[in-house]
Structure formats: structure tokens, C-alpha cells
Design a protein around this ligand. Structure first.
Ligand code: PLP
Length: 449
């Protein structure tokens, strides 16, 4: 064993030699060694500062290091750290009431999980039990979590690794992806109608009486912020009503102010029967997820047992963190700030598009934005292909390296650069981050033709 001369090396070796990293080849990793974080910034152990332009995994919505959450968590732990989910606690009740306040009126009760994937698993289970049907319809360009059921419901290629063992009963349809509409269409609205028509036809072929639920991300996230054109949700709700199908909104990434409203689906004026949430519910300070259900669904279990359960359901400390975080959204006017900063961001990116030919499309709602990079604006040839492996990323690898070198952490996937900073961000901080992206885009621009 060579002697390790610094703490830094010891930390690096312990992490790389004894822990596994998600979605990556384990050899050759070069992760940031995070030491501390505050607001929109985080620092590594060498003291280098990074501006966090994706709120980590689009979850640290209130920003890093907020001591109001620390205090709430510490106070809860001093009083009571854990009781089994059959007992009541103040934190659990407070959180249930607050969620009831901020979600649409028909969603009255929450079942608490540990994160997003578990929320999806439990929503699918409930929808199947409630309807007595088994099929779940979802979009190809979507992600709903990495556990077996959730990854099968999602269409994201991360499921390829477990395709042969996928949960049965999943049916996928194409997105209303207006920038690359799979059907001939001249407007986003037309693309939405054609996508909904296709969904309706496929549900017909699949036997509408076998479909328990349609699940949509409240707003599309890791598939590239593929915005729903006007009219799409309304048509999906009509398909549900016509066929006795439940509508599930997966608000795990799009919830809690990310889009400038509490939930992404709030933009579409449509009633959902089940809402899944996680991430922003605690802004990442502790793990927590929730499934909020329509009153008719919760009442159906008034006189029969609810067949769901987790040791850590409604964990008092996670609930206390969530209550503190929900207060912060309100106290700091974070939804209002998201709308204002989102408008500013849209203006700034529109200016950038005049200078950077590699930006093919910009899709944003609030602070849930994605730059789609292309080699050529006319042909829309992507700068890296869909589902590119690291060796197929070409010039995108250099763009990512530049972003990191210049002191930014953000989520980059294939030809997408995500701009989803904490909702507390200021204009100056946005400018600072956009200057880094603009510099990195020079590399992408040089590869356009
Ligand atoms: N649903 C959506 C829309 C997501 O983006 C994610 C994670 O990124 C999940 C579900 C899964 O959440 P978790 O990673 O907490 O299991």
C-alpha cells in the first residue's frame, strides 16, 4: 500500500475504491471533491468555487447551506428522531396540511416515501389497485426513477440495461416534441394534437379497459425539457375521462417552484388524480418523497387496508426538513423570484442565440431550462447523438470540460446543457453563470457548419 500524503488523496481513494458511482464507468472517474456549499455556490477541497447551475440534480431549489433547515432538523432530532409510521407526529401533520394547501383542491392526502422512484412505485401500485387494470401509458422521452417499476414506466434509455426484466404492462408513446415533431406539423399546437391523437389510437389498440393510468412528468426534465405545447394536457385529460383512466403527474423534478408555479402541471389547468413528488420537497436537505391522491382514491381505502408501507414512511426528521423548506419558499418569495429570473434568463439566452450558432433550441419554464446544441440550425443535426456514450460525445466532452474548468457545475446530457439554478439566484449570479456557458459555447460554435 503506498502511503497517502494528504487527506484529499485519502478521501479520493476511499470514495473511488470502496463506493460505486451511478450511471458511470467506474474506472477513470474524476469527480469534484465537495467540501462545503452556500447559496448558489459550492467549493471543493482545494478551495475552487463552482456556481451550481442545475441545483445539483434539480433538487436544491432553495440554494445550499440554509441554516433555517439545519435548525429545524436539529430541533426535531433533539425532540424525536424516529417513530414507526403508524404513529402521528407534529411534523408529519404539518407537512400533510401544507401539501394539501399548495396542491390542487382534489388532492387531499399524502403517502410519504423516501424519494422519487418510490413515489412512482407506490403511485403505480395504487392506480392498479384502484382501477383493477394493469397497463400504464407513458412517454418515450421521460424518466421516472431507477427502481424496476419506475425505470420500466420511463422511456429513458437508462432502462436498456434491464429491459429484459422490465415490469410488464408498460406502454410508451411519442412526445409532443415540437422542435423535432415526429409527425408533420407546422405549429407546436398541431404537434400536440397529433401526439394526443397517436396516444389515443395506441390506447385503442391496447384495449382502453386495460389501462390504469397515463403518467406524464409535470414538465419534462432530464429528457431535455421538452415543453408540452398548449392543448396537450387538456387532450390527455379528455382521453383519461373518456376511458376511465387515471392521470398521474410526476412532479418529482418539476415541482416546488421550479417552473415558477408550485407544480409544472399547474401551468396546464388540468385536474390530475395522483401527484408524485420528491426532490424540491426538502430541496435535497434530507431524502423524502410523497404521493398525493385524489379524495376518491383515499376514500376508497376508508374501509379496507391501504396496501402500502415503508419503515421510513413519514420520517419525522425528513418531514421537519420539508416543513422548514416549504416555509422558505414562501418567506423568500422564491416562486416570484423564479418567474422574474426566468424572464431575465429567457432574454439573455435570446441574445446569446444571436451570437452562438450552436444553440439550436432553448426551452424554459421558470428556471427549468435546457439549451439544445446542434451542428447546423437548418438541419438540426444534434451536437451529440441521443443516448451518446461518453466516447460518442465528441465536442460536447470539451464543452463540459470547459464549463467545469471555468468554475461551474451543471447537468449536461448528450447535446443538452441544463440551466436550472437554485430559485434564490440573483441577476448577477445568472450573468456570471451565463458568461461561463458563453465561453464554453465557443467550442461548440467552432464545430457548427
Ligand atoms: N421522476 C422524475 C421526473 C425524475 O426526474 C426523477 C429523478 O431524476 C425521479 C422521478 C426519480 O427520483 P429519485 O432519484 O428521487 O428516485
Amino acid at each position: 500500500q503506498p502511503t497517502l500524503d494528504t487527506d484529499q488523496e485519502q478521501i479520493l481513494r476511499d470514495n473511488l475504491d470502496h463506493t460505486l458511482f451511478s450511471w458511470s464507468k467506474q474506472a477513470g472517474l474524476n469527480p469534484i471533491s465537495a467540501e462545503r456549499a452556500e447559496g448558489v455556490y459550492l467549493w471543493d477541497r482545494d478551495g475552487k468555487r463552482y456556481i451550481d447551475f442545475s441545483s445539483q440534480l434539480m433538487n436544491v431549489n432553495i440554494g445550499h447551506g440554509d441554516q433555517r433547515v439545519t435548525e429545524a432538523v436539529a430541533a426535531q432530532m433533539r425532540e424525536l428522531s424516529y417513530v414507526y409510521p403508524g404513529m402521528i407526529t407534529k411534523a408529519r401533520g404539518d407537512l400533510g396540511r401544507k401539501l394539501n394547501d399548495i396542491t390542487p383542491a382534489n388532492l387531499t392526502k399524502a403517502f410519504f416515501t423516501l424519494g422519487g422512484a418510490e413515489a412512482i412505485e407506490n403511485a403505480v401500485k395504487l392506480a392498479r389497485i384502484y382501477t383493477g387494470r394493469h397497463k400504464i401509458v407513458s412517454l418515450y422521452l421521460s424518466f421516472h426513477g431507477a427502481s424496476y417499476g419506475a425505470i420500466s414506466v420511463g422511456g429513458d434509455p437508462r432502462k436498456f440495461a434491464v429491459d429484459s426484466q422490465a415490469m410488464p404492462g408498460t406502454v410508451h408513446v411519442e412526445n409532443p416534441y415540437a422542435y423535432r415533431c415526429p409527425w408533420h406539423s407546422t405549429t407546436p399546437e398541431e404537434c400536440a394534437q397529433r401526439a394526443a391523437d397517436a396516444m389515443e389510437r395506441i390506447i385503442g389498440y391496447e384495449n382502453p379497459g386495460s389501462v390504469a393510468a397515463i403518467i406524464l412528468e409535470g414538465e419534462s426534465g432530464t429528457s431535455g425539457c421538452i415543453k408540452y405545447p398548449p392543448g396537450y394536457w387538456k387532450r390527455v385529460r379528455e382521453i383519461c375521462d373518456k376511458n376511465g383512466i387515471l392521470l398521474i403527474a410526476d412532479e418529482v423534478m418539476s415541482g416546488f417552484g421550479r417552473t415558477g408555479k408550485w407544480f409544472g402541471s399547474d401551468h396546464h389547468g388540468v385536474k390530475v388524480d395522483i401527484m408524485c413528488m420528491a426532490k424540491g420537497i426538502t430541496a435535497g436537505y434530507l431524502p423524502l418523497g410523497a404521493v398525493m391522491v385524489d379524495e376518491a382514491i383515499s376514500k376508497s381505502f376508508d374501509n379496507k387496508p391501504l396496501p402500502l408501507g415503508l419503515t421510513y414512511s413519514a420520517h419525522p426528521v425528513s418531514c421537519a426538513a420539508a416543513v422548514a423548506v416549504l416555509d422558505i419558499y414562501e418567506e423568500d418569495n422564491l416562486l416570484e423570484n423564479t418567474v422574474e429570473m426566468g424572464r431575465y434568463l429567457d432574454q439573455r439566452v435570446a441574445e446569446m442565440m444571436t451570437r452562438h450558432p450552436s444553440i439550436g433550441d432553448w426551452r424554459n419554464t421558470g428556471l427549468f431550462g435546457c439549451l439544445e446544441l446542434v451542428k447546423n440550425r437548418a438541419t438540426k443535426e444534434p451536437l451529440a447523438p441521443w443516448n451518446a456514450t461518453p466516447d460518442q460525445m465528441g465536442v460536447m466532452n470539451q464543452v463540459m470540460a470547459k464549463i467545469k474548468e471555468l468554475g461551474m457545475y451543471t447537468f449536461v446530457r448528450w447535446n443538452y446543457i441544463f440551466i436550472c439554478p437554485p430559485l434564490s439566484i440573483t441577476r448577477d449570479e445568472l450573468d456570471e453563470g451565463l458568461a461561463i456557458i458563453a465561453e464554453a459555447l465557443k467550442i461548440a460554435d467552432a464545430a457548427t457548419h
